[in-house]
Design a protein around this ligand. Sequence first.
Ligand SMILES: [Zn+2]
Length: 80
Amino acid sequence: MARREAAPPRPPDPAKCARCTRTIAENDAVIFQHGDLFHRVCWMVLIADACIANARQVASLAVERLKHSQQRASDTSPQP
Ligand SMILES: [Zn+2]
């Protein structure tokens, strides 16, 4: 029975940014969040995107409430 040599251990895959998928260099500033590594800049972009999405949602909600309020005001105002 031939004895097979064990394959040499593979070097670990280099760490990659969860956002841009580029390799994280040793001197890159990184953020570790939710079990993933991010370039600091990529993390900041994700945070900014989330803030923008939230602001748009709040603005949209404000417009809806304003329309609703205007509708109620016109419904309750005395008719000539
Ligand atoms: Zn990145």
